[in-house]
Design a protein around this ligand. Structure first.
Ligand code: NAD
Length: 478
């Protein structure tokens, strides 16, 4: 029996194969033959297959030069920035997780695609002397297993993929099961674009049905050389006990201090903008405010002018806590994470329009709204006698996460005091929290902020091994 192949398909396959061989370069000792058109575009039914495919891709990538890696990273950026793709991934994320705001997801995904550092982050250090030359270079780890949160499902995939592939790694994602459709969409979208550009197949993979078992298999696989967790304390602890190189980007509870020297009108605008951004789910978002007594009332008036809704009576505040806190009272009820202020207020019989982006209230410093990371647009404000007390209470409320903190002040001595004491990865002075992610501020975006393990705002070099290469007695030309 004979089969006929459509000449157009044949031509496409030959072109892909030629491109693939070019990309693999002559030096690759085990260069794979160009594969047939992939059905799954990086999405596999078993974790084992996702890891094996990733390992194969990494072997190919290892023998490609940084310019080629940059080319693949540019494909990722451009694919995400295409209007229809950007809108689709942002919409899917909100619809599937029921977390956050579409227009803010667009801002975050755009920042991740545009601003995540690439290969320029990997600067070689070369030294020469009478004994020759030594190079210190940032080299790949290999296959990286990356666990992503519900709160930033697409942002983290974009950001991690750019950083990890820039570093010569490939990545197997283990997304939150509640973000699986969105993650499948994005992983397939990126693989398809990369494949069409001639990149190695399967540099970004995942399992079709993410689960805790699949994540455990990924963490335990000997082929996975590094594990990265972006999420709550449970998963961070888990990767840190994996016995392999791990990066943990865990929770925060970022406080804001406002003192009497601040520009109060601007501080109020910044706090409302930062705290209500994507309905407060960013781990860096303002979660509680400590304001000195002399400007406290004026700050609240201005916050209301900037879109906040104030709840005044204690009974309603307690009713709200019971509504949104979990049974143990140590965190949010999942169904309220990332919901809008309008939605939350409606549940307690208060009707507002969507221009009200944030719920504020005066509480004492020990109130659970102050002490708990709630990930929703509810912001307690605590009255303090003076700036030193505000800084001390902010320090306590951050619980040693050393994640993020903000201060509004023009008193340089107090700004320095708080910055030093907090030891947070991100400290924003006189701006909204997202300025710390390069959104309207200097710096660059990352969606894996590694406080516990110290990499800070992760970038390609965070996912690299620093290796040395020596040439004895030669190449000192001074
Ligand atoms: P989460 O901890 O519930 O889930 C995060 C990821 O870990 C998911 O993929 C989940 O499936 C997985 N996971 C959780 N427990 C697990 C276990 N025992 N075994 C295997 N996998 C497990 O967090 P979330 O609600 O998706 O995200 C919000 C949290 O993440 C907040 O605490 C937030 O501050 C934090 N976060 C931190 C950063 C950062 O850069 N530091 C960024 C985003 C979110």
């Amino acid at each position: 029996m004979s089969t006929t192949i459509d000449p157009a398909v044949l031509q496409q396959l030959v072109a892909q194969a030629v491109q693939q061989l070019k990309n693999q370069g002559a030096a690759a000792p085990c260069a794979a033959v160009a594969p047939a058109v992939p059905d799954e575009y990086g999405v596999f039914s078993t974790m084992k297959d996702a890891i094996d495919a990733s390992a194969k891709a990494q072997h190919t990538l290892l023998f490609q030069n940084p310019t080629q890696r940059k080319q693949w990273v540019d494909v990722i950026r451009q694919t995400c920035l295409k209007k229809e793709n950007m809108e689709m991934m942002s919409r899917l994320a909100v619809e599937e997780t029921e977390i956050g705001r579409y227009e803010d997801k667009i801002i975050k995904n755009t920042a991740a695609a545009q601003g995540t550092p690439g290969i320029e982050d990997l600067v070689t250090d070369a030294r020469t002397g009478e004994h020759g030359l030594v190079l210190f270079e940032y080299c790949p780890f290999g296959v990286i297993g990356a666990i992503t949160p519900t709160t930033n499902p697409t942002e983290t995939i974009i950001n991690n993929s750019i950083c990890m592939i820039s570093g010569g790694n490939t990545v197997v994602f283990s997304p939150h099961p509640r973000a699986k459709k969105t993650s499948v969409f994005l992983v397939q979208l990126l693989n398809k674009a990369l494949y069409e550009a001639g990149a190695p197949l399967n540099m970004i993979t995942m399992v079709r049905e993410p689960s805790i078992e699949a994540t455990n298999e990924m963490i335990d696989s000997p082929k996975v050389r590094m594990v990265v967790a972006t999420g709550g304390p449970g998963i961070v602890k888990k990767v840190l006990s994996s016995g392999k190189k791990a990066i943990g980007a865990g929770p925060g509870n970022p406080p804001v201090v406002v003192d009497e020297t601040a520009n109060i009108e601007q501080a109020a605008k910044d706090i409302v903008a930062g705290s209500s951004f994507d309905n407060n789910v960013p781990c860096i978002a303002e979660k509680e405010v400590f304001a000195v007594d002399s400007i406290f009332d004026y700050l609240l008036i201005n916050m209301k002018g900037a879109g906040a809704y104030e709840i005044k009576d204690k009974e309603t505040i307690e009713k709200l806590w019971k509504l949104v806190a979990n049974e143990k009272g140590d965190g949010p009820k999942v169904g309220f994470v990332g919901k809008s202020a309008q939605y939350i207020l409606h549940q307690i019989g208060i009707e507002v329009d969507d221009s009200k982006r944030l719920i504020i209230m005066e509480t004492d410093k020990d109130h659970p709204f102050v002490q708990t990371e709630m990930l929703m647009p509810i912001l307690p404000v605590v009255r303090c006698d003076n700036v030193d007390q505000a800084i001390e209470w902010a320090y306590e409320a951050e619980h040693g996460n050393r994640h993020s903190a903000m201060m509004h002040s023009t008193n340089v001595a107090k700004l320095s005091k708080m910055a030093k004491l907090m030891e947070t990865t991100i400290f924003v002075k006189n701006g909204p929290s997202f300025a710390g992610l390069g959104i309207g501020g200097q710096g660059y975006p990352t969606f894996t902020i590694a406080g516990p393990t110290g990499e800070g705002l992760t970038s390609p070099k965070s996912f690299c091994r620093r290796r040395e290469c020596v040439m004895k007695d030669m190449f000192n030309i001074r």
